[in-house]
Write a protein that binds this ligand. Sequence first.
Ligand SMILES: NC(=O)c1ccc[n+]([C@@H]2O[C@H](COP(=O)([O-])OP(=O)(O)OC[C@H]3O[C@@H](n4cnc5c(N)ncnc54)[C@H](O)[C@@H]3O)[C@@H](O)[C@H]2O)c1
Length: 326
Amino acid sequence: MMWLQQVVLPLIRLYMCGIKVLLYQMFNRSFTLPVLPTQNGRVAIVTGGTRGMGLETARRLASLGMHVIIAGNEREEGTEAARKINEESHEGRAEFMFMDLTSLKSVKQFVQTFRNRGLPLHVLVNNAGTMLISETQTEDGFEFHFCLNYLGHFLLTNLLLDLLKRSGRQGCCSRVINMSSATHFSGVLQMDDLNRRICYSSHGAYSQSKLALVLFTYHLQEQLTAGGFPVTVNAVDPGMVDTALYDNLSSLAKLLKRPVAKILFRTPAEGASVTVYAAAASEMEGVGGCYLYNGEKTQSSDLSYDPELQVELWKKSCELVGLQEA
Ligand SMILES: NC(=O)c1ccc[n+]([C@@H]2O[C@H](COP(=O)([O-])OP(=O)(O)OC[C@H]3O[C@@H](n4cnc5c(N)ncnc54)[C@H](O)[C@@H]3O)[C@@H](O)[C@H]2O)c1
């Protein structure tokens, strides 16, 4: 019975979400970015900016004049990504800095190195992620999806929050963008077993991590608004995008996915456009606490608006990463 509830149902729910998104993409084009203001002198960090949507986000932000730090755990890919962006972009620039989001120590080291440089921070894009990994624990003992997709970003954001607050001002807020997904609609937060030790499902673990990002987004925005800080936080949903994220599908699913992806999936540049919109559009100035899909503010799952769940997750996350609650 537990196996049915915690393994089979999450799988069915996740695939149902995928089908819904594909139907939408069949009849709707990807939204077109408006003209974006130049971002000269502004600094951004894009996690997982070495490939896929992260790379496209970094590329676009640099083309607007930003100094972009690509933060990731793949040195060669990251250095090459930065080199290519610098070759193309005459306005901004990109560089790679190492950070492994599955290691709390690595996240802390990254923040320390970044701080030592004395740079401001105007945009933080929490983009890195993975999907459908078989049961694996991180070096700190966390479930892999939970740590890489959510908890590592929770720690990173909190450690950079004072810098984001200082770098923003009223009328020109700093911005945090959390990369969620339609799969969060199928997500369930197992508060007493966030690491999914009792009954593991990679589908359930992925959806949980994406729901956690939305809950985190809303609660953080509430705190920032209450404190009057010039920082906004939004969650974005890129739709289904043809990237290496699907590399962990089973062989059969990969075979079926290939022709569908060719016709119905968005390109990485299209998928990244919602992130770039949240990071740089004038229309998004001072706007936070939204779930953005195809360039529009839309409703996220009912569960994601539950204030008690938001607080509970926040407290638990602080405990897990060893942060004092604000
Ligand atoms: N592709 C889609 O259809 C889709 C849909 C919804 C949401 N998303 C989300 O978009 C984000 C980007 O994914 P993508 O589709 O571009 O896939 P991708 O595999 O191309 O990119 C993932 C990025 O995360 C980085 N990364 C992986 N492990 C890391 C670690 N331990 N530390 C630091 N960085 C790490 C990778 O190096 C890579 O740069 C993910 O959060 C994903 O969940 C993707």
